[in-house]
Design a protein around this ligand. Structure first.
Ligand SMILES: Nc1nc2c(ncn2[C@@H]2O[C@H](COP(=O)(O)OP(=O)(O)OP(=O)(O)O)[C@@H](O)[C@H]2O)c(=O)[nH]1
Ligand SMILES: [Mg+2]
Length: 323
C-alpha cells in the first residue's frame, strides 16, 4: 500500500486522481488521512477560500459553476466543495447537481467534490476544513464551498472561508430572507440571483438600506450588493471581481492574518472538544458513573466535570485519548 507521504507528493504534483483518493481518506477521518494532512499542511495557505451560502434553490450551484468558469477563463485553478444538504426537500436536486457538476469538471479543469452532510466522521466543519487544506496543497488557487445556510453546521462551515457570499433571491417573501442571523453577520458580499425575476430591484434596495444601517461594525470593506442571472451567466464577472477585491482588502488591511488566526483557533478548539467527547463516550463506564453521581447529588456538575477531565488527562498520558 502507498504511504501517505507518497500520495502527498502526487497531490502537490497536481495529480487530481491522487487528490480524489486523498479526499476520500480525509472524509472518512482515517489514520491515513490524518498522516496525509500532516504531510501536506506546510504546503497550505495559498488559496482564496470562498463560501457561497443561501436558501435552498436560490441558485448557488448554478452560480458557483458560472463563477468557476469565469475564474478558469482567467487562468485560475479552481476547486469546488459542494456540501450536500441532508434536508429532505432538497434531496431531489442532488443527483441532478452531481451530473451537472460532472459536466463542468469534464468541460473545464475544475476539481469538484461533493461532501455528504451526514457520514462525515467528526463533523462537517472538520471534513470541510481538512478538504480545503488538501485542495489548497494541491495548488487550487480559488476554492469555492457551497452550503445551504440553514443549520448551525453550515454556519460553522462558513467560518472556514476568507470571503463569504450570501445568495438571495426575489420572491421569497417581503423581508430579507430568513437566513440564519449568524450568516448575515459574516457575509462579505450579497448576491441577488434570479435577477430576471420580478422584485429583484426591491430586494437589492432592501439589502442596501439594511447594510447602511448596520455598516458601523466593519472597518474598511463596503459590502456590495450585486445582481446575477446565474443560468445565463450574467453578472458573474463583477461578483468574481468583488471576491478578488475582498481578498485583496483582507491582505492589505491585515485582516487576513486575523481571520487565519481565528480559523485555526476555532479548529483547534473543535478538535479538542471532539476528542474529549469521543473519549468520554467510548469509555462509557468512566462517564456514566459520574452521571449517576450527579443525578444522586453526590457530585455537582462542575466537580464531576473536573473529575472527568482528570481521568481523560490520565488517559492522554497513557495514550488513551486520541486527538
Ligand atoms: N430564473 C432563474 N432561475 C435560476 C437562476 N439561477 C438558477 N436558477 C434555477 O434555480 C434552480 C435551483 O438552482 P441551483 O443552482 O440548483 O440552486 P441551489 O441553491 O444550488 O440549490 P440547493 O443546492 O438544492 O440548495 C434551478 O432550476 C436553476 O436552473 C437564475 O438566475 N434565474
Ligand atoms: Mg446546490
Amino acid at each position: 500500500m502507498m504511504e501517505p507521504v507518497n500520495l502527498g507528493t502526487e497531490i502537490t504534483d497536481r495529480n487530481d486522481r491522487a487528490l480524489s483518493r486523498g479526499l476520500s481518506h480525509i472524509e472518512r477521518g482515517d489514520d491515513f488521512g490524518r498522516a496525509l494532512l500532516a504531510a501536506l499542511y506546510p504546503r497550505t495557505g495559498g488559496a482564496h477560500v470562498i463560501g457561497i451560502t443561501g436558501n435552498p434553490g436560490s441558485g448557488k450551484s448554478t452560480l458557483v459553476r458560472a463563477l468557476a468558469r469565469e475564474a478558469c477563463a482567467m487562468n485560475f485553478t479552481v476547486g469546488i466543495i459542494a456540501v450536500d444538504p441532508s434536508s429532505p426537500f432538497t434531496k431531489g436536486s442532488i443527483l441532478g447537481d452531481r451530473i451537472r457538476m460532472n459536466d463542468l469538471a469534464a468541460e473545464l479543469h475544475v476539481f469538484i467534490r461533493s461532501l455528504a452532510t451526514h457520514g462525515a466522521l467528526g463533523g462537517l466543519s472538520r471534513a470541510v476544513a481538512d478538504s480545503v487544506d488538501l485542495m489548497d496543497a494541491a495548488g487550487k488557487q480559488i476554492i469555492f464551498i457551497e452550503t445551504v445556510g440553514v443549520g448551525q453546521d453550515e454556519v460553522d462551515v462558513m467560518h472556514t472561508a476568507h470571503t463569504v457570499a450570501v445568495v438571495n433571491v426575489p420572491g421569497l417573501g417581503d423581508d430579507i430572507q430568513a437566513m440564519k442571523a449568524g450568516i448575515l453577520e459574516i457575509s462579505d458580499i450579497h448576491v441577488v440571483n434570479k435577477a430576471d425575476r420580478e422584485g429583484s430591484d426591491r430586494i437589492i434596495a432592501e439589502l442596501k438600506s439594511m447594510l447602511t444601517m448596520c455598516a458601523n461594525g466593519r472597518n474598511g470593506w463596503k459590502i456590495p450588493v450585486l445582481p446575477s442571472i446565474a443560468i445565463l451567466e450574467q453578472g458573474t464577472g463583477p461578483i468574481l471581481e468583488a471576491m478578488r477585491l475582498h481578498f485583496a482588502y483582507l491582505k492589505g488591511s491585515g485582516e487576513l492574518e486575523e481571520r487565519r488566526r481565528r480559523i485555526v483557533k476555532t479548529r483547534l478548539l473543535s478538535i479538542v472538544q471532539r476528542a474529549i467527547e469521543d473519549a468520554a463516550n467510548a469509555r462509557k463506564s468512566g462517564c456514566e458513573d459520574l452521571v449517576e453521581q450527579v443525578l444522586a447529588k453526590k457530585l455537582d456538575p462542575y466537580a464531576a466535570g473536573e473529575e472527568l477531565l482528570g481521568r481523560l488527562t490520565e488517559m492522554r498520558t497513557g495514550g488513551g485519548v486520541r486527538v
